[in-house]
Design a binder for this molecule. Structure first.
Ligand code: NAP
Length: 747
């Protein structure tokens, strides 16, 4: 890659850079410019360099790259010393921890060379210094920040980027000012605090007796106070302005914390700590699988690592054939209800305790949004969340956009809820949410006086508060639980009775939960009404298990001979129970036990025993009530006696995948007789079928359905692309194995 690379300052950073280039054979010659003879001898003995000298001008002669890694305060003198030897085509870069002062040093000492100067900072290090600590793999999977100046030639930046990448690093570019601010906050401030804390305690009393009582927490917190004092002294002074600003910010936060302790203000204290807790989880999730996640996750952090794996890993499921499904299980909570428990809990007066909360990424985004609006939320911890409600008018203006992740439900419901606030908000989401339509909700809300701007119909959505909302009677053009919910939530803030008229029944979780929180909701045929200005009262809520998740296990127990499975606390909201009706029509042995009410939602335990199913013609009126459950129902049909015919389900072709085609192709590849139509299919059931390899098409329900299919297969079924399963149903494979399936998860 290079003819000659010169490294000036052969300490930890420079020595590691030289060693990494030598190890990878990226330059014909690596030479060092040193201050002490001893360092040169060490560098040569360790094999990190080919030659070196204390004559810096001599060292840099004919070098195509010069990397300067001396203390930032020494940079200018070093630049001056090496200048006479620099070639006209050289690229000069550095490893200094502060960038503004390095750039100033270059401007002072090397004005003619500025287009060839690429300031940089490897975010890597150790508590040890000197060439003896150098390590050729130090930069692997670490970040390097480059801060090219206005004058820097793009080709020079590209060359240095390629060099760092060849050393295994990830390269980011930003301005020097931004670098110095960000580093002051995330690196320099923590070091300053660690040094200060240890010193403060060490100065107590005559001896250091206090440390006899310090344990693991103290050691972890103060690890970085073992860093090189001279280097850090240098950094604090070199980055003085940004370090002072960060220290002031922290001092302010600390003073506030102190005040809340003094006043025993437990709500504010919990607010700080729960926010910090979730922010740290977020940080750990972001840094998972990078060089910065060397800390073993403790129990608190396992939830986060599950999240981060969700978005990154895309495992293959290999499911061995056969098996019997037995036992009692509690499946993850319903997502729609998890979202609403946070929203209504936040608007309620008092403390709402939620159990069975689905800790998926979407529901966590809802929690974060309400935290950003000043609501104190503890957890989630093993499905438990405590929401300290602020009342209908207690939300505070967030100081940034509210991020909804991938959750269209959260965004649409919040559009209604936020239309009634006294402050402005902006709602954003991930890339896929940014493409989804929001006007369907915005339009009726505007009729209520809400001021909402979408970006050509899609997020980001801007909502201007402080509007007096007026009640409307809205005839929905098509049934939609999200539109209905948004209008009802806005209706809580309208002066009078807000009414929604549905053309067909849609899910009614919002109405039920409002009632669960003691807010009167009037239902009259296809009309739902709320009167604004009431109050929600905190309650205890156990989120029912999601019947869509339960469907996989219901079908599993139906088709595997000898099975007897009980699914505890499953939501049996009549708008969702088509799966039970269809399976019963096919002859399934399903009993609904222990029916009860939980926060307004009907729940029950569902017991399913094996029974030979019969093929049926699925009644079209049941299709909307089981729309998400068809992939697994097709598996049930493949094992039933006779043929099953589905029609009137064209919607299945435009779900996460074309569920008719994908399931038909997979089942046919196992040897099942399947015929597809535009709006459905015909499946001829059989005693058993073969196995094989199928694609999930990134559709979680397809992946889980084929997993269940293995119970009646004669050979293993391999399902590729199962990453989406973890998002919708965390722990699916483990639960499946727990009840008797045999799923191997391969990376
Ligand atoms: P180090 O191990 O102490 O090495 C510093 C090197 O600079 C030594 O080889 C030293 O030479 C030489 N040096 C010191 N003062 C000098 C002077 N006045 N003139 C000429 N050479 C001088 O330090 P380091 O950790 O490698 O740090 C080097 C640079 O990298 C600093 O700018 C630091 O901010 C930055 N950095 C450090 C870390 C980290 O965690 N350590 C991380 C990222 C960036 P002798 O061996 O002859 O004394």
């Amino acid at each position: 890659m290079f003819h000659k690379v010169a490294v000036i300052g052969l300490g930890l950073i420079g020595g590691s850079f030289a060693a990494a280039i030598k190890q990878r054979g990226l330059a014909q010659q690596v030479v060092a410019g040193v201050r002490s003879k001893r360092t040169l001898q060490q560098g040569l003995a360790l094999g990190h360099i080919d030659a070196g000298s204390d004559d810096l001008a001599e060292v840099v002669k004919d070098a195509d790259v010069v990397f300067v890694s001396v203390p930032v305060s020494a940079m200018e003198a070093v630049f001056r010393a090496m200048k006479p030897g620099l070639s006209s085509t050289v690229i000069i870069t550095d490893g200094g921890s502060v960038k503004g002062n390095v750039i100033q040093a270059a401007i002072n000492a090397l004005p003619e060379f500025l287009p060839q100067v690429v300031p940089g900072h490897p975010i890597a290090g150790k508590e040890k210094s000197g060439v003896e600590a150098a390590d050729g793999n130090l930069y692997e999977k670490h970040r390097v920040i480059l801060t090219p100046m206005e004058q820097t030639l793009p080709q020079a930046t590209q060359k240095i980027t390629a060099l760092w990448q060849a050393l295994g690093a990830e390269v980011l570019c930003m301005s020097a000012d931004e670098h110095d601010k960000v580093l002051a906050e995330t690196s320099h401030l923590p070091h300053l605090i660690a040094f200060s804390l240890v010193d403060t305690l060490a100065r107590q009393g005559d001896s250091m007796e206090i440390f006899r009582y310090a344990a693991g927490g103290f050691r972890d917190f103060t690890r970085i106070a073992s860093s090189d004092p001279t280097m850090w002294h240098d950094i604090f002074l070199e980055n003085k302005a940004a370090v002072l600003a960060a220290t002031d910010l922290f001092t302010e936060g600390l003073a506030q914390f102190r005040q809340f302790v003094a006043q025993a203000d437990s709500a504010e204290l919990l607010g700080i700590m729960t926010r910090a807790n979730s922010a740290r989880r977020h940080f750990l999730a972001m840094s998972a699988n990078t060089a910065y996640s060397t800390v073993q996750p403790n129990l608190d952090e396992t939830a986060m690592s599950a999240d981060s794996q969700t978005s990154q890993a895309n495992p293959t499921f290999v499911v061995n054939p056969g098996g019997t499904v037995k036992g009692e299980v509690r499946l993850p909570g319903d997502k729609s209800i998890s979202h609403r428990s946070i929203m209504l809990g936040a608007l309620a007066e008092g403390t709402t305790k939620v159990e069975g909360f689905l800790e998926g990424e979407d529901a966590l985004a809802t929690i974060q949004a309400f935290r950003d609006m000043g609501v104190v939320i503890e957890g989630p911890q093993a499905g438990k969340v405590t929401v300290h409600g602020v009342g209908l008018h207690g939300l505070k203006a967030p100081n940034r956009s509210l991020y909804m992740g991938n959750s269209g439900t959260t965004m649409r419901l919040l559009m209604g809820l936020l239309s009634g606030q006294q402050f402005d908000t902006q709602l954003t989401g991930d890339e896929s949410l940014t493409k989804r339509p929001m006007e369907r909700v915005a339009k009726p809300l505007r009729e209520m006086n809400a001021v909402i701007n979408t970006s050509d119909g899609t997020p980001p959505v801007d909502i201007h508060g402080a509007q007096a909302l007026k009640p409307i009677s809205y005839q929905m053009p098509m049934a939609s639980a999200q539109v209905k919910s948004a209008i009802m939530l806005a209706g809580l803030y309208a002066d009078g009775v807000t009414e929604v008229i549905e053309p067909a029944p849609s899910r009614d979780h919002t109405e039920r939960m409002l009632a669960g929180f003691g807010y009167p909701v009037e239902r009259d045929g296809n009309r739902v009404r709320v009167t604004g200005g009431g109050r929600l009262t905190a309650c205890e809520l156990e989120v029912p298990a999601d019947i869509s998740s339960a469907a996989f296990f219901m079908v599993a127990a139906c088709i595997a001979p000898g099975s007897d499975l009980t699914l505890r606390h499953v939501g049996i909201n009549p708008t969702r129970t088509g799966i039970i009706d269809i399976l019963k029509l096919m002859g399934a042995d399903i009993t609904i036990e222990n029916e009860r009410d939980s926060g307004g939602e009907p729940v029950a335990d569902i017991r399913v025993r094996y029974a030979q199913l019969k093929g049926i013609r699925i009644p079209e009126e049941l299709v909307p009530l089981a729309i998400d459950e068809f992939p697994v129902l097709f598996v049930a049909a493949a094992t039933a006696e006779g043929e099953t015919v589905l029609t009137g389900a064209e919607e299945l072709r435009v779900k996460e995948s074309d569920r008719i085609q994908v399931m038909a192709d997979g089942l046919a590849s196992f040897g099942v007789d399947v015929e597809t139509f535009a709006d459905g299919l015909r499946i001829v059931g059989q005693e058993s079928y073969g196995g094989g390899e199928v694609e999930s098409h990134h559709d979680h329900r397809i992946a889980m359905s084929f997993t269940v299919a293995a119970l009646r297969a004669t050979a293993p079924i391999t399902i590729h692309g199962c990453g989406t399963v973890a998002t919708s149903f965390p722990g699916f494979a483990e639960l499946a194995n727990h009840v008797g399936l045999n799923v191997e998860v391969q990376a």
